[in-house]
Design a protein around this ligand. Structure first.
Ligand SMILES: Cc1cc2nc3c(=O)[nH]c(=O)nc-3n(C[C@H](O)[C@H](O)[C@H](O)COP(=O)(O)O)c2cc1C
Length: 330
């Protein structure tokens, strides 16, 4: 059986099953009495949605490739950026510390400066100038400094067991490798000594830990942008020290492991954007959304053009004032 006939047979079977269930419901006149059939109907609906989700995701995954060139002067609508960043924020992170900020660079002047003074190679320079936006991922190299804020966020949201919150501070400094110097050395020696006897946390270098988290978040960003029909190109060919200076990323505290040029690919068919007005939770399983560990505010994580600069399109769409107060408290 070919895939398409198989799919058609499955769909026909589903229609028949759904019709039979509806008849059974009417005949008995009591939904509870046909609960096994109701369950079956629900499962059918779920599996239709799952099929559609899988097909859509597969299209996005196979449709992505790194863009070689971008159409200049083709801005991405604010609503599209906003939705991409909302999806990006759902990326998981170690201890939910959310150690990655994104500077979404769209200013033509700053893009040009970055291209001229920090990007390596003709391709990266050209892409930086032409792409609608460059998402610059900034990794916190002192993730321990975030623990207090995240602890508070999780406690207030009632998102964790008390036991978890009690050990989070110590456990997170262990795993992130933050702390530096003698204490890190002592913890690593302790873990290495006990490892032959019992499983111990792997103590990574803090940069590796933080860059790992940025990799996960940047991939989420790429998939979100791809789902919106945009093209991307991850870039590591740049002088990070110079880039940080241009984008005012606090040196010593952050590193820049990756940038993602984003926009409309040169020579590709025009993109007809889906209506992002459907809001972020459309089609989302609510209970799963509620169970997700709380995230930092959009304006805490995402900046415009330079580090710490608010993104204009988030200003009137978010609880930004309380988020900014939180930032100032840090
Ligand atoms: C971490 C990372 C860094 C990259 N850096 C660059 C870069 O600086 N310049 C560039 O043109 N492509 C860069 N790429 C894109 C790769 O060349 C590209 O992903 C790879 O050739 C596979 O092609 P595809 O993305 O079209 O599947 C990078 C990709 C990754 C994952």
């Amino acid at each position: 059986m070919t895939l398409s006939t198989h799919a058609a047979t499955k769909a026909a079977w589903r229609r028949t099953a759904a019709a039979a269930i509806a008849v059974a419901r009417r005949a008995v006149g009591d939904h509870a009495a046909v609960s096994p059939a109701s369950d079956a109907a629900r499962d059918e609906v779920r599996s239709d949605a799952a099929d559609a989700g899988l097909r859509a995701f597969r299209r996005i995954v196979h449709g992505r490739s790194s863009a070689r060139g971008f159409r200049p002067d083709a801005p991405v609508p604010d609503a599209v950026w906003r939705d991409i960043l909302h999806m990006t924020r759902t990326a998981p992170s170690g201890f939910n510390l959310q150690p990655t900020h994104v500077v979404l660079l769209r200013s033509p002047e700053i893009k040009r400066t970055l291209a001229e003074h920090a990007m390596l190679g003709y391709g990266n320079k050209r892409r930086t100038i032409d792409a609608s936006g460059i998402a610059v991922f900034c990794s916190d190299m002192r993730p321990g400094m975030r623990v207090g804020r995240i602890h508070e966020l999780e406690r207030d949201a009632g998102a964790r067991e008390d036991g978890y919150l009690a050990v989070m501070r110590v456990a997170s400094t262990f795993l992130t490798g933050d702390g530096g110097g003698a204490s890190s050395f002592a913890r690593r020696a302790f873990a290495n000594a006990l490892s032959p006897v019992r499983p111990m946390p792997t103590m990574e270098d803090v940069g590796m830990w933080s860059y790992k988290n940025a990799g996960i978040m940047s991939q989420m960003y790429v998939m979100a942008a791809s789902a919106h029909g945009l093209s991307t190109c991850m870039m590591e060919g740049y002088d990070a020290r110079r880039a940080m200076e241009i984008l005012r990323v606090p040196n010593g505290r952050y590193g820049v492991p990756i940038m993602v040029a984003t926009g409309y690919e040169r020579g590709a068919p025009p993109v007809a954007h889906a209506d992002p007005g459907g809001e972020y939770d459309e089609g989302v399983d609510d209970s799963r959304e509620r169970r997700r560990a709380p995230r930092l505010g959009m304006s805490e994580l995402f900046f415009g053009d330079t580090f710490g600069e608010p993104l204009d399109f988030l200003l009137d769409h978010d609880d930004t004032s309380s988020e900014r107060e939180n930032m100032q408290r840090r």
